[in-house]
Design a protein around this ligand. Sequence first.
Ligand SMILES: Nc1ncnc2c1ncn2[C@@H]1O[C@H](COP(=O)(O)OP(=O)(O)OP(=O)(O)O)[C@@H](O)[C@H]1O
Length: 554
Amino acid sequence: MGYLSCNADSVIVTCDPHNCKKPNKTKPNKKPFKITHFSYSDLESATDAFSPDNFLGKGSHGSVFKASLRNPTLLAAVKKTTSPTATVDNEIEILSRLRSPRLVNLLGLSSDSLGRNLIVFEYMPNGSLHDLLHARPKPLLWSTRVRFALQVARAVQHLHSSNPPVIHRDIKSSNVLIDGENNARLGDFGLALRGHVEDVKVKCTPPAGTMGYLDPGYLAPGDLSTKSDVFSFGILLLEILSGRKAIDMRYSPPSVVDWAAPLIRGGEYESICDSRIGPPEDAVVMRRLAVIAARCVRSKAEKRPEMAEVVECLRGVNKRVSSPIWNNLGRRVGMGACNSWQSVRYEPLDDENYTAEIVKTTARVGSRRNRKVSSVPGVETLPREVVRVSDTNEQVGRSRSVGSVREIRLGPLDSNLVGNSSSSSSSSVHQSGGGGVGRRKGGLPTVRLNKSRSMGVLQSSKLVSNNGLLFVKKNPNGKEKEKEKEKEESKLLQTSIFFSLPEVGAGDGACSSVVLGLWGTIWWLYPFRLDKLPSRDATQITVVTVHELFLEIN
Ligand SMILES: Nc1ncnc2c1ncn2[C@@H]1O[C@H](COP(=O)(O)OP(=O)(O)OP(=O)(O)O)[C@@H](O)[C@H]1O
């Protein structure tokens, strides 16, 4: 075994993951962290002899108990394994070399008189993400969902950037636990593999994972790469966005990816969001989340993004969703525009190309929000959606699990969304979606908008907004008539700013906040004060910066 085992007297538990060093990319991290070897009697008394009061839950390899340790004083979780297994040894081996604030870190070990391992972990008092998403009556807010997604992505990125890399192989919501500070941590390293893809161990370990999250392209040991984790993360992200389990037999189709993929492909990003909370106010948030999830579940592993890119994307989304200035503005602007004659739809996914289009329609896009997924009420949920395909002596039936996975349509998105969708010839896994064209055909006429442009709505108007410049055009007709027109146009301006704001805010940072602030102020003042603008010559077109206009209004 590669982990360090020593006496409790001589070792102090090191449980300060915030001070851990970043992985050294050139040097392999060979040295395991110091792990305390607890005496069995210490753990027995810390758990009140493993009393039911301290019982936290049961997994495939044993039961977990809450422990109040005295020396050092801390709360911990003790996994009491039922028998010595390769999975448990593997978990210890891997966790003894990893430490991160994003992981459920290993604190120590013990064994009983029968040689069964007791593993001591950091205690996570707030349950699993699975429970928070599916068992809690109160749905999670968007800001919490995005934060959890980012934290899990960081955990996975940490594993992949270790040297040698660690591939978790079992990323799922029940393996994400929530710590005392309400942060998500990735746990359960029973199936994880440490090594480069060409290493013998990695090359010879049979495929394993959990049904519903398992990469459909991972059918033989040689297929494994970090991109299999990316796929599982994509499923987890879809679960976070939709509040739907990875596989739920109450719905048709039961697989979250089969259900969400066509919707994302058609640009109906809001249709996949959890109907209990509705879409986030900022449409860009939903679009980016849906797009990154869709990219993660691409059929071809090499077309999936690296976790570093996923982290970067989620970081940006997290900033948008947690920024109060954006939220307030978004709410105000959204109110102003809700009765307008336009709503925003985005072009069906063209990978990273986030070109927006405006669809002239009287129906609000939000009406799709509550579209029901056809459900099958009489059908029970799977008794347990976890089926391990494992090489260990916990033989849940590897071939059965792999068989089940093959029967389930786990296919990711089609060619337009995910590249070439054709199933690997060696694979019998069905690929969903087929080769549908990602662009919406027919439908309403659209006007394409360049991302960086504010609007193209006010072509003949008095005020034309263009990237922070306002073109003020005066009409030579009578003043009364003009005022009426101005009022009409002020409504349009509200609309234009509604559309331009998300893109103005795209570059995160102080600068965009200032711009947003100015736009917000103009939006507030303009409809009421437009008539106070000084009149200009009939033919004169004056270019006024936002700042100048602000001064003129006041
Ligand atoms: N560090 C911890 N702090 C608090 N609760 C924990 C901790 N680790 C595990 N648990 C709880 O104990 C239960 C069993 O966990 P365990 O990791 O053994 O199994 P699992 O991940 O649920 O299932 P499987 O092992 O089959 O994947 C889970 O419900 C989990 O919420």
